[in-house]
Each structure stands twice: as C-alpha cells, then as structure tokens.
Design a protein around this ligand. Structure first.
Ligand code: PAN
Ligand code: ZN
Length: 184
C-alpha cells in the first residue's frame, strides 16, 4: 500500500504525524510564565516565541481507561538566560501511569523527578529509548542547536498535573556554563 493512503502517517525520520485524528498544540513563551528561573531574561524576550509543539494522535478520548495516546514533541533550540528551552514538565494526574519516550532528532536531556524531589537525567539522542515509571515527573530540555524531536506513548487516562511543577519546579536545572550544558 502506498503510504499516502494510510489513514494516519508517521515520518519516522522526523516524527511528523499527519492524517486522521492528529492534532497539534503550540507552547509559546507567553504560555510558560513561571517555568524559567530568569524572570528578567524571560520578560526581555518576544512572548510569541515558540518554545515547543506537540503533535498528537488522539484517537482515544482523554480519560479512557485502557487506551493509549501517541505523540511527537518538538522542542526548539534556544535559551531563557542560561536555561535551555524545555517543556513545562508534569506528573501524571493518575500518578502510577507510566510512559515511553524515544529520541528521533536532535540532542536533549530528559529529567525525571520523584515525588520526593530526587532528580535523575538521561541523554536524549536519535536512538535512545526512555521508560518513565509511574510517580515520576518528566521534562524534556533541548541542549542542541537543532530541533529536538521526541516520540511518546502514554495511557489515555494518565492526565497531566502541571500545578505541582509550577509550584515547586524541578530540583535540578539544565543551564549553560562556559558554553556547555550543566545539570545542577
Ligand atoms: C508528552 C508531553 C509533551 C509536552 O506528550 O505532554 O512533551 O510536555 P508538557 O506536557 O510537560 O508540556 C507527555 O509526557 N505526555 O504524557
Ligand atoms: Zn507524560
């Protein structure tokens, strides 16, 4: 079958999703108030700057138990002050729900944070597979010069809890120091 006839298509080299039940959301700087530590640098930047986008195949209704959702996140290169562009990060609303991520393009860091605030990290490359256990917040950081594209698959009843992260942040940051990324 010709690929263009598939109901839903994925370009495996870029992660791009097209076709039925594919939706896209965009996060600009103006949507990320309170996420980056350097407020002065944040306010000096164009609020319309796109920090990341998520394409999602949402065949399943959000909240359905037993279903799955699938998506590609694109985190653009850039920094707010010394801090690299990154996702808001979240715990799943249903805390025990797990997720897979895999690197498609670019160079990044995946931060994991336990409920008690311990942070670990894995390098994201176009070959890396990452298992995010339940009860673990997760955030993607682009430390490269090109777009970071990352695939994801998660349970449709996981939900996103952003409030907890907005309140306490991640206990480690990914910053540039002397031209190199540092997790500290
Ligand atoms: C991903 C994330 C996506 C955007 O699909 O939702 O990378 O990150 P934020 O949701 O933290 O803004 C996922 O982890 N879903 O569960
Ligand atoms: Zn998630």
């Amino acid at each position: 079958m010709e690929c263009s006839k598939a109901k839903v298509q994925i370009d495996t080299s870029t992660g791009k999703l097209t076709g039925e039940d594919v939706s896209k959301s965009t996060r600009q700087l103006k949507h990320l108030q309170g996420i980056f530590e350097d407020q002065a640098a944040y306010e000096a930047m164009n609020p319309e700057t796109i920090v990341y986008e998520v394409e999602m195949h949402d065949k399943e209704t959000l909240g359905t138990e037993g279903g799955l959702l699938f998506g590609t996140s694109y985190i653009y290169p850039g920094k707010v002050g010394k801090e690299y562009f990154m996702t808001k990060g979240h715990f799943h609303q249903k805390r025990n729900r797990a997720e897979y991520y895999w690197g498609i393009q670019g160079h990044g860091v995946l931060l994991f944070m336990s409920e008690t605030g311990e942070v670990t990290a894995e390098e994201v490359l176009p070959c890396s597979l990452h298992y995010i256990q339940g009860y673990t917040a997760h955030r993607l950081v682009n430390i490269g010069e090109d777009v970071l594209a990352v695939g994801a698959c998660w349970p449709s009843d996981a939900g996103h809890d952003y409030a907890d992260i907005l309140e306490r942040g991640f206990s480690k940051k990914v910053r540039e120091r002397n031209g190199v990324p540092f997790i500290e």
